[in-house]
Write a protein that binds this ligand. Structure first.
Ligand code: PEP
Ligand code: CO
Length: 457
């Protein structure tokens, strides 16, 4: 079609929730029984959504504010949620770590923090190979609880369409609990003691954290004295949800139209993202994402070329809509110095509106001598530290971070305030896929962000 004609068409006139099927869809499971799959998808299509279009539009507005430096995005949670981890302590501990980090950020950056969890739907994982072989036996790879189960048996590894329904239910339970906690005052800045984790007392960072809590409490009381009333709208926080929208059958079934709004919304989450492995310009994921109205993010790895990134932006945000597009760079501590700057320059030169976010986790994964996947805290902190400097030099803004963390007292990442070493990994390695930051390492990163932004931690 001539370019001029394309410009006057509504952006998604040639799009529908299922047009991705005409493209190559990477990282999808093979379902043996199509009838069984269709039955589950039909059932899923009838179930209520997990979020509303109002919330989605409110988040887009807040991301637009982050794009102009009025907010800082904190996005974090598990690499992969599991059905078994849909429990009260795991959900509330994860929320506590995110709240504590955001408190450090609010205190140090002196601006509102936009909190987005990697939860209530983070059940599908991309894998480097479709199959896994052990002792001469080859089975389909584990692709997350949305698809199959990690045990190495043919039954467990079968792609089971019933899991689509279960994942929706677990997501709804998680979301319901998070919403109830927050509505009930769990996240109220007047009561940061609700977020204390049992092991915080013994942390080398405890004293510094406690000082910040006391200082925020003082400021709140001061403002309330001035205003003559309790400042509940200042002291309550919001939480939004996000996940990698990988399994397109699932996402399509939850893509809906709503009364009095134009277009289609993915109502399984507020803020879906495209993973690094599925971000091809002509791929099925790009086709699906271009048509939904949600704010969306794309992971950008070290091999992406500036021109290709600009073409992707053309497709995903042709009208340069505020709040629509977030780019999450995940380069690796050893690559960010050379790979990031050309991308920042190209996007800036073209005047494209994006929110730049750093994921210092996924470019820094390695295997230890005893066979665990880990990440060194020094590399994670090093990548984040460099990211701030590279943005400053390019005249662009680093507007957020994307982290994998756990509220459990895990030892999956090496280093940090207590100098975790390889032997510690055996003690508490629980992550199903990627090693996550524990509580202390998360707080340490929050303090690093504040220092790099010129604030006081
Ligand atoms: C992830 O976020 O867990 C992930 C797989 O990231 P990436 O697509 O950046 O590798
Ligand atoms: Co991960």
């Amino acid at each position: 079609m001539p370019h001029s004609l394309k410009a006057i068409l509504p952006p998604a006139a040639d799009w529908a929730p299922g047009t991705w099927r005409s493209r190559t869809a990477l990282q999808q499971p093979t379902y043996e029984d199509q009838q069984e799959l269709q039955t589950s998808l039909a059932q899923l299509g009838e179930l209520p959504p997990l979020v509303t279009s109002w919330e989605i539009n409110a988040l887009k507005q807040r991301i637009a504010e982050a794009q102009v430096g009025e907010r800082f995005l904190l996005q974090g949670g598990d690499c992969a949620e599991s059905f078994a981890d849909c429990t009260s302590p795991i959900i509330s501990n994860r929320l506590k770590v995110l709240l504590q980090m955001s408190l450090v950020l609010v205190h140090g950056l002196k601006k509102p923090v936009l909190r987005v969890g990697r939860f209530a739907g983070q059940y599908a994982k991309p894998r480097s190979a479709d199959t896994e072989t052990r002792d001469g036996v080859t089975l389909p790879a584990f692709r997350g609880d949305l698809v199959n189960s990690p045990a190495f048996t043919p039954e467990a590894r079968r792609a089971d369409p019933q899991r689509l329904i279960k994942a929706h239910a677990r997501s709804a339970m998680t979301m319901n609990f998070v919403r109830a906690l927050i509505d009930g005052g769990f996240a109220d800045l007047h009561h940061p003691e609700y977020w204390d984790l049992a092991w915080v007392e013994h942390s080398p960072l405890a004293a510094e954290y406690k000082r910040m809590v006391a200082s925020i409490g003082d400021s709140l009381r001061f403002m309330e004295t001035l205003a003559g009333q309790s400042i509940s709208s200042y002291s309550r926080v919001d939480f939004y949800t996000s996940h990698e929208a990988l399994l397109l059958h699932y996402e399509e079934a939850l893509t809906r139209q709503v009364p009095r709004q134009d277009g289609w919304f993915n109502l399984s989450t507020h803020f879906p993202w495209i993973g690094m492995r599925t971000a091809a310009l002509d791929g099925a994921h790009t086709e699906y994402f271009r048509g939904i109205r949600n704010p969306i993010a794309v992971k950008v790895g070290p091999t992406v070329l500036p021109d290709d990134l600009l073409r992707l932006i053309d497709v995903l945000n042709p009208t340069d809509e505020p709040g629509r597009l977030t780019l999450i760079h995940r380069m690796g501590n050893d690559k960010i110095a050379t790979q990031l700057q050309p991308l920042l320059e190209a996007v800036k030169r073209d005047g494209r509106r994006v929110l730049w976010v750093a994921d210092p986790m996924h470019g820094n994964t390695e295997s230890t001598s005893n066979g665990y996947k880990t990440r060194r805290f020094a590399n994670i902190a090093g990548e984040l530290d460099q990211a701030f400097d590279i943005h400053a030099a390019a005249g662009t803004r680093l507007g957020g971070v994307h982290l994998e963390l756990t509220g459990e007292n895990g030892t999956e990442s090496l280093g940090g305030a207590r100098g975790r070493v390889e032997q510690d990994l055996d003690r508490a390695y629980k992550s199903m896929v990627d090693p996550r930051l524990n509580y202390e390492q998360s707080l340490e990163l929050a303090m690093l962000i504040v220092r790099k932004s010129g604030g006081m931690a």
